[in-house]
Design a protein around this ligand. Structure first.
Ligand code: 5RP
Length: 253
């Protein structure tokens, strides 16, 4: 038992503990420092990217940024950007994006990502593969030893015979103890099926073991005819900004 010094019964000062959302905001604000006037920007989706979009709008309204064009990665981000008055476009009109800022569900030591637990992986991948620079913003809980370590690896599939595609996805990764589950809105087996912005379904792959070579895994998934896209973002992030209790770390590819 620790000795208590007589005369001072007050507890020792506790270190400042930041919430996960505060860490997300710190990473997001840091990323927005890389935004310059005149840029075409990919606007990410999720609770971390939301802070970046808010910040970009603030700087626009303060006149500190000008002539920004945003390309939203989901209907939700589109709504947010419209409500904040950010001028918007799309890849048809602006096929080259200067910078995208988005969150991630997992980041490995090679800056490979898992994205799409929020369901927006297809538009995110289209826009983020068209950008010159892709900054990923995360709190430190998203760092993983290998892709698939912390939860689902989402795959967007066409609704037609989704169960057939789900079974084939699971079989592909038998060696990694894969369990494939159709995503529902309430997370349960009997819930209403989750439908993406593109009218598709999501099959979440849960792995018991490391899937091994990610490029081989990616190619195998994309070869299945019912698959639209998957949530492994390999070799796409140019920078990852990690906010943690001890500060910000910036990792560059
Ligand atoms: C959405 C995504 C998100 O970027 C990812 O899920 C991270 O979300 P959050 O910032 O809320 O933790 O890929 O499809």
């Amino acid at each position: 038992m620790l000795p208590i010094e007589s005369g001072d019964m007050s507890p020792p000062p506790s270190p400042l503990i930041l919430t996960q959302d505060e860490l997300k905001k710190i990473a997001a604000y840091k990323a927005v420092e890389f935004v310059q006037s005149g840029m075409v920007l990919g606007l990410g989706t999720g609770s971390t990217a939301k802070h970046a979009v808010d910040r970009i709008a603030d700087l626009l309204h303060q006149g500190k940024l000008m002539n920004i064009i945003g390309i939203p990665t989901s209907k939700k981000t589109h709504q947010q950007a419209v409500s904040l008055g950010i001028p918007l476009s799309d890849l048809d009109t602006h096929p080259i994006v200067d910078l995208a800022i988005d969150g991630a569900d997992e980041v490995d030591s090679n800056l490979n990502l898992v994205k799409g637990r929020g369901g927006s992986l297809l538009r995110e991948k289209m826009i983020e593969s068209a950008c010159k620079k892709f900054i990923v913003i995360v709190d430190e809980s998203k760092l993983v030893p290998h892709v698939g370590a912390s939860g689902a690896m989402p795959v967007e599939v066409v609704p037609f015979c989704w169960k057939f595609t789900q079974d084939r996805l699971q079989s592909l990764f038998d060696y990694a103890g894969c369990v494939a589950k159709l995503r529902s809105n309430n997370g349960g087996e009997d819930g209403e099926i989750f439908v993406t912005d593109n009218g598709n379904y999501i099959v979440d792959l849960f792995f018991k073991k490391d899937v091994g070579d990610l490029k081989i895994a990616s190619d195998a998934i994309l070869r299945l005819a019912g698959v639209v896209e998957h949530g492994m973002f390999l070799d796409m992030a140019t920078t990852v900004i990690v906010a943690g209790e001890l500060g910000i770390t910036i990792k560059n590819k």
